[in-house]
Design a protein around this ligand. Structure first.
Ligand SMILES: *Cc1c(COP(=O)(O)O)cnc(C)c1O
Length: 426
């Protein structure tokens, strides 16, 4: 038995499904997860010594590649001063200053320890600021695992949301309404049917948790108009897109300004960090200034802040990274499109991409769901066997980072060719 298999057997006895986050479990592609022993650049190495070109990138944070010396050294320096104080430190101020400098419309932030917490708390601010209870989210968008966000559409288009997880009460779910991504009419219908009751519309500006689905032209600006018209706050969940699509995130990339933001992933540089923010006025409602309670023992942790600050500073000072990772992803997407030859559709925005196993144009959740997940599972394992680590689910993004280079692009495309050539009866 391999060390991976041995660890997985042990893990299953003490961790549900053998993992601490479900998508790692390979449940939707079959097989056993790889336990990673170490990582460097764009490669991860498992406990049996197999090395892979990594397109998961810890689901986004490792935009500069694994084990980047600038971040590692910043962490090592911070560790030398102790791990946590439960009192403020300078790095929290510096990271908040840099974030507010880079993101248009972001004036104040509160640090959290995860994206889930950031979303949960920003919704609380929106409810308090508007005095309204309902929120609109989009089917297939993911905003972390707080109760209010684990909701799917009810039976009719305009009915209440229903829980999308065991243990979420129907009463809580009923306050979350679900619309269709890239469909402005579905949003305006919900706003009209719930007049003066919707506190916020929350959206991933680029849907990246149904696989990557770009916003249609006019979708984000249309949301902005609808929200302004209805006195509803617009929240961009930039946990993936923030500091990835550009140094100012998706709001800068698309030129649409939300009222509130949630961040995570990249801003921690690989450490557990989230943040939410917006105008100084809206953020003045957050305790201790205002009535919206929000707290965290390890929020603004000095080691985590040091990692995030080092990564954001590096990105800010090396903006050529964006052209580089976008260029790599563009080459990968066009190469894969050609190789798939109609058997799959490749969506890409910036350094995010997904290969959907469908011939359809994927511009909606329903189109994404038309993908053949069995074929994705076969593709995944074929790539894994050739040393390419892809997301173990059809409905996740591939994340390109600054450590991916020409030889990795060639290796990835050649592995994909082997799969698709083997598939096609010529
Ligand atoms: C990952 C993610 C979250 C949740 O962040 P965690 O740090 O995993 O809690 C929220 N929103 C989006 C868009 C995400 O991709």
């Amino acid at each position: 038995m391999s060390e991976n298999e041995r660890l997985f057997e042990r893990a299953k006895r003490v961790l549900p499904g053998g993992v601490n986050s479900p998508v790692r479990a390979f449940k939707s592609v079959g097989g056993s997860p790889r336990f990673i022993a170490n990582s460097d650049g764009c490669r991860i190495t498992d406990v049996d010594g197999a090395s892979y070109i990594d397109y998961v990138s810890s689901w986004g944070p490792m935009i500069l590649g694994h084990n980047h010396s600038v971040i590692r050294e910043a962490v090592e320096r911070a560790v030398g001063n102790g791990l946590s104080y439960g009192a403020p430190c300078a790095a929290e101020v510096e990271l908040a200053e840099l974030m507010t400098e880079l993101v248009p419309g972001l004036e104040m932030v509160r640090m959290t320890s995860s994206g889930t917490e950031a979303v949960m708390s920003v919704l609380r601010v929106a409810r308090y600021a508007t005095g309204r209870d309902k929120v609109i989210k989009f089917e297939g968008c993911y905003h972390g695992h707080s109760d209010a966000m684990l909701v799917k559409a009810g039976s009719g288009a305009l009915t209440f949301g229903v829980a999308d997880s065991g243990g979420v009460s129907g009463e809580v779910a009923a306050f979350t309404l679900t619309a269709s991504y890239n469909d402005l009419d579905s949003v305006s219908d919900l706003l009209d049917a719930n007049p003066g009751q919707v506190a916020a519309v929350i959206v991933e500006p680029v849907a990246a948790n149904m696989g990557v689905v770009p916003p249609r032209g006019g979708f984000l600006s249309g949301l902005r108009e609808l929200c302004s018209k209805h006195g509803t706050l617009l929240i961009f969940d930039e946990v993936i897109t923030g500091f990835r699509l550009s140094v100012g995130g998706a709001s800068e990339f698309y030129g649409v300004r939300p009222d509130l933001f949630a961040f995570g992933k990249i801003i921690g540089g690989g450490m557990p960090v989230g943040a939410f923010g917006g105008s100084a006025e809206l953020m003045s409602y957050v305790a201790p200034l205002g009535a919206v309670y929000q707290a965290g023992t390890l929020s603004g942790n000095p080691v985590a802040m040091a990692a995030g600050l080092a990564q954001l500073r590096y990105l800010n000072e090396h903006r050529e990274v964006y052209a580089q990772i976008d260029g790599y992803a563009a080459g990968l997407a066009s190469g894969l499109t050609e190789i798939a030859n109609g058997k799959a559709t490749v969506n890409r925005v910036g350094s995010l991409l997904t290969v959907f196993f469908t011939a359809r144009n994927v511009d909606s959740y329903s189109a994404a769901k038309s993908s053949d997940t069995d074929s994705y599972g076969k593709f995944f394992h074929s790539m894994l066997n050739r040393g390419i680590y892809l997301p173990p689910s059809q409905f996740e993004a591939w994340f390109v980072g600054a450590a991916h280079g020409d030889s990795e692009l060639d290796a990835t495309l050649s592995a994909a060719s082997s799969y698709f050539d083997g598939e096609s009866p010529k």
